[in-house]
Design a protein around this ligand. Structure first.
Ligand SMILES: Nc1ncnc2c1ncn2[C@@H]1O[C@H](COP(=O)(O)OP(=O)(O)OP(=O)(O)O)[C@@H](O)[C@H]1O
Ligand SMILES: [Mg+2]
Length: 253
């Protein structure tokens, strides 16, 4: 297992935000994480990326307790696309994507030809090649979100933690990125956790889905088991109709 979560609880002051979370994530799969606003999705991603500190023996990455990793070592295992992002002025698109390679460099090391190839590929895969010389503070929000994704792709970690990575992208780029993530799972054996609000895109692309509600896992399993009319009604309080057209399931609101 790439990630194991055992009896994870988390409180902000006296507000218990995650309650008894147990889950496992394996190699080569794209996990959709869905749930209403405030249900705890970002808190879970922040704990897994160590932006928040978990209590001991609740999170394991590649069989090692998360808190035991050194910073550079964990940056070679997991990459993060946060829900909210800000990049300091004064960097070009290419420079920000190149930052993804830093955890792999020796102290004060130079980038190798292979590093530059990975940066070039990440720019290409996110349709940013033409923008590579632009300053990041001069980009649209969607373009900037693709830069953050490209940096995570260049980081080339076995685990990717993505918190609403499509939230600012148009439908063309949403599909481009989801196809890319699927390809990274299938052909590079990556484990990808991707928080999403679009249930139809989750249905189409995820291998498995975690439906979180009020800090607990409401249901964890394959797409058709989790995203049912009943579960959607119980968690989101809306009535939907799920239709199966050819090999695709579509949620009609
Ligand atoms: N820094 C904080 N201090 C106190 N409470 C917080 C903090 N961050 C989040 N919370 C609370 O924790 C709960 C879970 O928040 P979280 O950001 O994990 O939700 P989410 O599922 O990611 O929601 P969204 O879909 O809106 O992004 C919410 O009730 C939120 O108000
Ligand atoms: Mg969130």
């Amino acid at each position: 297992m790439e990630i194991k979560i055992k009896h994870l609880d988390y409180c902000f002051q006296d507000n218990e935000v995650l309650k008894g979370i147990n889950a496992e994530f394996e190699k080569g799969k794209l996990y959709g994480i869905v749930g209403p606003n405030g249900s705890g999705k970002t808190t879970l991603i922040k704990l897994l990326s160590r932006l928040l500190k978990s209590k001991k023996n609740s999170l394991f990455v590649c069989d090692k307790e998360l808190n035991e990793y050194k910073d550079k070592e964990i940056a070679r295992k997991t990459s993060l696309v946060p829900q909210m992002f800000h990049i300091s002025h004064g960097f070009s698109v290419e420079e920000v994507v190149a930052m993804g390679r830093y955890p792999h460099l020796k102290d004060f090391g130079e980038m190798s030809i292979k590093d530059w190839e990975m940066i070039r590929d990440a720019l290409e895969q996110t349709s940013l090649t033409k923008l590579k010389g632009r300053q990041v503070n001069e980009l649209s929000v969607g373009e900037l979100q693709r830069v953050i994704l490209a940096r995570a792709i260049a980081q080339d970690t076995p685990i990717m933690l993505l918190d609403e990575p499509l939230s600012h992208l148009d439908i063309h780029h949403q599909l481009e990125i989801l196809n890319l993530l699927k390809d990274l799972c299938e052909n590079k054996n990556k484990t990808i956790l991707c928080v999403m609000h679009d249930l139809n895109l989750t249905m189409k692309f995820a291998d498995r889905v975690l439906l979180i509600n009020e800090g607990k896992i409401f249901k964890n399993g394959c797409v058709n088991e989790v995203l049912t009319e009943e579960n959607i009604f119980r968690v989101y309080k809306i009535k939907v109709n799920i239709q199966h057209i050819e090999d695709q399931s579509i949620i009609i609101f």
